[in-house]
Write a new protein. Structure first.
Length: 236
């Protein structure tokens, strides 16, 4: 697949594409686990916390201990359910606000996003993390201008779009922006199955192979375009 000037939308994955996978697994996940006990102690009965607590299955809301055990089990297994993602986002929000958390974007990302916007291209995000967590991440980055949310036209997760390995999810995303034809979208992801799903939906898609990502099987570069930096997309 060759990129071209007909691309009008950059749809970006997050983990392993714009920032290291290790940031989520080694920084964000542990931060939420460490913050949860104090939050449960101080906010268990608060109206603000109720919307997060009540989203959990009833059998895990009988006590704080049961709630925390279920939360930890989901994180350990990296289960992608919306009620977990929402609570993680709530826990991370304070960490970002305090400066304890800052998203380590790959060096090429912020400059390339600015360049794409200057060209009139739209940038959108599609990640398994909740939209709220996505916005927190892009608001608190290590870029010279930390807050990049103004660069992003729309946000998609598994709640408002669907699973990232299903072609129907990419069709749903495209349908929300009928001003762009499916072939005018370029989806960038480290996950080959997601790339295949986007292509099946009629989008263009490229595999992003960053430091720390799992090795690709030898057949992948034979059938898909693989890049190691967004600078390789100078042809759009």
């Amino acid at each position: 697949m060759a990129a071209s000037t007909s691309v009008k939308v950059l749809l970006l994955d997050i983990e392993g594409t714009v920032c290291p996978i290790s940031f989520v697994k080694d920084v964000l996940f542990p931060y939420a686990l460490e913050a949860l006990p104090d939050v449960l102690e101080s906010e268990w009965d608060s109206p603000e916390f109720a919307k997060y607590k009540d989203a959990f299955p009833s059998e895990h809301r009988s006590s704080r201990d049961a709630f925390e055990a279920h939360f930890r089990g989901l994180v350990e297994k990296d289960v992608k359910v919306s009620y977990l993602k929402s609570l993680q986002g709530y826990l991370w929000e304070e960490g970002y606000a305090k400066g304890d958390l800052k998203a380590p974007l790959f060096p090429d990302v912020a400059a390339k996003m600015a360049e794409w916007r200057q060209k009139g291209l739209s940038i959108m995000i599609y990640s398994s993390g909740s939209v709220a967590a996505q916005k927190l991440l892009f608001k608190h980055t290590n870029a010279p201008t930390s807050d990049l949310t103004a660069q992003i036209a729309d946000w998609f997760d598994t709640v408002n779009a669907g699973l990232k390995t299903d072609a129907s999810s990419y069709k749903a995303i495209a349908s929300k922006h009928p001003e762009f034809a499916p072939h005018e979208w370029l989806f960038l992801s480290d996950n080959v199955r997601e790339v295949d799903a986007a292509i099946e939906a009629g989008m263009r898609s490229v595999v992003v192979q960053r430091p720390g990502n799992a090795p690709l099987s030898p057949d992948v570069p034979k059938r898909l375009r693989v890049i190691e930096t967004f600078e390789s997309l100078d042809d759009i």
